[in-house]
Write a protein that binds this ligand. Structure first.
Ligand SMILES: [Zn+2]
Length: 403
């Protein structure tokens, strides 16, 4: 995965000049600089649609707090102020991304530029909150001891796990969800860990990671289909994450694509994730649900006749889902990624062509392969505290300035 994608056009994040939206504007400035690597105040004002005065105030505040670096002035002599390029100070702030899966718990410490500065991992077996929390605390301690980071500049922790959240009959039913997490929220986790914690679904975090660091950085409208134990989608619409009224937008795993089809734990028949998910693949291979808890049984496994049969059965429902997403959302592309090993993912995407007609024309760029799965997710998790405009830790850093 590349930290910065090659892109022909500068990327924009719109701001607003309302006084009460200062924190939103700060995020817009930080994200726009990060997406474009280096910008002058004038360029920032143009790209964010903020006034030069607002940009100037925010830049001064962020420079003061050590979150931005000022480069060499771009021209000397002449009239007026020389243009000073601003860039992100990687050591201006840090965040932690934690990814909780069915059989692994991994954590990365990321700097403000999105670079991974420390990582650690544990093998788990579908842990309940009371088992996972001490492990997470120990992993944070381990990274704190190993990395040369100023932990006073830590913005918080982003935790990602399989969705959906808080939906009766879907949240804690069946082997694709994690048991015991129905009532858990960010506030409780924050109290337990003593750090701000933001909770997000794996598909949404993967979409954030792909938008910030991956091949979707140039896309303003896309859906990220995350093939995990189940199936979910993260949605970026008009350049913004869309999470829905109760944070369950994109839970397409329980969209009925085969009326009268396979029974699903949610009570319906023919749900999409009964055909397109690791669990569906394991079933086809005769591995059963026990495989979800073992080390990846697909790694290095060639696609045999059973695998071909799964691809055949998964392709039509998945192509239908792509068609629905395109027609419903008018998106530029559907990105497909997740926990399938790359050779399986390639084979699945190859089977989707030719795609059914939709409001999108052409074929080739309608589908894109996501970057490497796990890193995108953990990076997306780590991005949650950095891009949370209401994160109180920002105010602490701004108030204290450089230390
Ligand atoms: Zn279902």
């Amino acid at each position: 995965m590349k930290l910065f994608a090659d892109r022909p056009e500068p990327l924009t994040v719109s701001g607003t000049n309302l006084e009460h939206a200062r924190s939103h504007n700060r995020r817009a400035v930080l994200e726009t600089i990060r997406l474009n690597r280096q910008l002058t105040r004038a360029e920032l004002a143009r790209l964010t649609a903020l006034t030069p005065q607002t940009v100037s105030n925010i830049a001064a505040e962020l420079l003061d707090a050590g979150m931005l670096l000022a480069g060499q002035p771009l021209r000397e002599g002449g009239r007026g102020q020389p243009a000073v390029p601003l860039s992100i100070n990687p050591d201006g702030a840090y965040s932690i991304g934690v990814q909780l899966g069915h059989r692994s718990l991994s954590a990365v410490a990321v700097d403000l530029a999105g670079r991974v500065r420390a990582r650690t991992e544990r093998t788990v077996l579908r842990p309940a909150p009371e088992q996972a929390l001490p492990l997470i605390a120990a992993m944070l301690g381990e990274m704190r001891g190993a990395a040369e980071l100023d932990w006073r500049r830590l913005l918080g922790v982003g935790l990602v796990m399989p969705g959906p959240f808080g939906v009766e009959g879907m949240t804690s039913v069946g082997p694709t969800t994690l048991p015991g997490w129905e009532e858990v929220d960010g506030a409780w986790l924050s109290r337990e860990l003593g750090l701000p914690v933001l909770l997000e679904k794996d598909a949404t975090a993967a979409a954030i990671g792909e938008r910030l660091y991956g091949m979707a950085s140039s896309l303003r409208n896309f859906a990220y289909l995350f093939i995990g134990t189940g199936l979910g989608a993260g949605l970026f619409l008009d350049g913004r994450l869309y999470t829905g009224g109760r944070h369950n937008a994109g839970e397409i795993g329980h969209m009925i694509v085969v009326p009268g089809g396979r029974v699903c734990e949610c009570g319906n028949r023919g749900c999409l994730e009964r055909y397109v998910s690791l669990r569906a693949l394991h079933e086809e291979l005769g591995l059963g649900d026990g495989a979800l808890a073992s080390p990846d049984p697909l790694a290095g496994l060639p696609i045999g006749p059973d695998g071909e049969r799964w691809l055949e059965r998964a392709a039509a429902p998945l192509a239908q889902a792509v068609n629905i997403l395109e027609c419903l959302l008018d998106i530029e592309a559907v990105v497909i990624g997740g926990l399938l090993p790359p050779h399986w993912l390639d084979a699945l995407v190859a089977r989707l062509h030719p795609l059914p007609a939709s409001t999108r024309r052409g074929d080739g760029i309608r589908l894109r392969l996501g970057s490497a799965g796990r890193d995108v997710m953990a990076l997306g998790a780590a991005a949650l505290p950095i891009f949370d405009e209401f994160n109180p830790q920002y105010e602490v850093l701004l108030k204290n300035g450089r230390r």
